[in-house]
Design a protein around this ligand. Structure first.
Ligand SMILES: C[S@@+](CC[C@H](N)C(=O)[O-])C[C@H]1O[C@@H](n2cnc3c(N)ncnc32)[C@H](O)[C@@H]1O
Length: 284
């Protein structure tokens, strides 16, 4: 769940939360999503999981974690959704979209271009990719397919709905707002939605980067994997990079977040721009 400003628990009901509960929750989210929670995340874990404990009418963390383990159909996904952080925005780290625009413009015309956004969160990033593709090709129907995936089903619901508060696009140029968004009216006053031609370019799907096999047969010209690897430890990052690198098309680029670096995985990914990588096998 996204909003760090709303982390505080305001219900007045508190649950005992001891070291054992915290360690157990950390182990469980690590096993399921690869997310490594440091000690300073303790308050965050308390506040996010207490909402679930309350929603299920339970009395303790131990009972809640038992339900997640013993009845995964019922609660495992909500447990994962609760502990992901979905912070994102349109044109976040904008230099990557300039680089992608250049990359797209240089490609030979003809084939359909596949792009994968593998931590799509609430959708702002894949929609930005779609906007960039339209701008690169000067067309509302660029030859681009964007696959947008995330582990968090709540975030994916927002992404698919493609409706956002006006403030989310406040920094976009007037031209972009007009070309790519519809302004809501009546009950949708204050909201904007992504135009239908943009929606046609993006397919959303749930995918856990920890899965042994992503089941993807396409080769991607660009993989946006930004601000998700920071949640994983180095061995997990390495395993993910091993699975992702072969999915890059020749000349393909892997876009990482501003604080992510893969110096420990130079045998898999080599830097070739500002937090941009290519497969080591492609560089040889
Ligand atoms: C901070 S957001 C980054 C969003 C976007 N990529 C950006 O840079 O603005 C991190 C996203 O990674 C997703 N995530 C965390 N663990 C994941 C996993 N194991 N597989 C797929 N997505 C994961 C979260 O659900 C969350 O939406």
């Amino acid at each position: 769940m996204a909003d760090p400003a709303s982390e505080r628990d305001t219900s007045g009901i508190s649950f005992e939360f001891n070291d054992r509960d915290f360690r157990r929750a950390c182990k469980m989210i690590y096993a399921r999503a690869g997310i490594h929670l440091a000690d300073h995340k303790r308050d965050m874990v308390y506040s996010r999981l207490s909402r679930r404990i309350r929603a299920l009418g339970l009395n303790s963390f131990a009972d809640y974690l038992d339900v997640v383990e013993e009845d995964p159909e019922r609660e495992e996904q909500s447990f994962i959704n609760a502990l992901t952080t979905n912070l994102t925005s349109f044109f976040r780290e904008a230099h990557h979209f300039d680089a992608l625009r250049e990359q797209l413009r240089k490609l030979p015309r003809g084939d359909v271009i596949d792009i994968w956004c593998c931590a799509a969160s609430t959708g702002e990033e894949p929609w930005t990719l779609a906007i960039t593709a339209c701008e690169a090709f000067g067309s509302d129907t660029p030859p681009v397919r964007i696959l947008a995936t995330d582990i968090d089903t709540n975030a994916l619901t927002t992404a698919t709905t493609a409706r956002y508060g006006n403030d989310r696009i406040a920094d976009l140029s007037i031209e972009r707002k007009r070309r790519f968004f519809l302004r809501g009216s009546g009950p949708n006053e204050g909201l904007v939605s992504v135009k239908p031609f943009l929606r046609k370019l993006v397919e959303f799907r749930q995918l856990n980067l920890l899965s042994p096999d992503y089941g993807l047969r396409q080769r991607f010209t660009a993989i946006f994997c930004r601000n998700v690897m920071i949640y994983f430890d180095k061995p997990t990052q390495y395993e993910i990079l091993k699975k992702v690198a072969p999915l890059l098309a020749p000349g393909g680029r892997f876009y990482a977040g501003h604080s992510e670096s893969f110096a420990h995985a130079l045998d898999i990914m080599q830097p070739c721009g500002r937090t941009i990588y290519r497969a080591a096998s492609d560089a040889r």
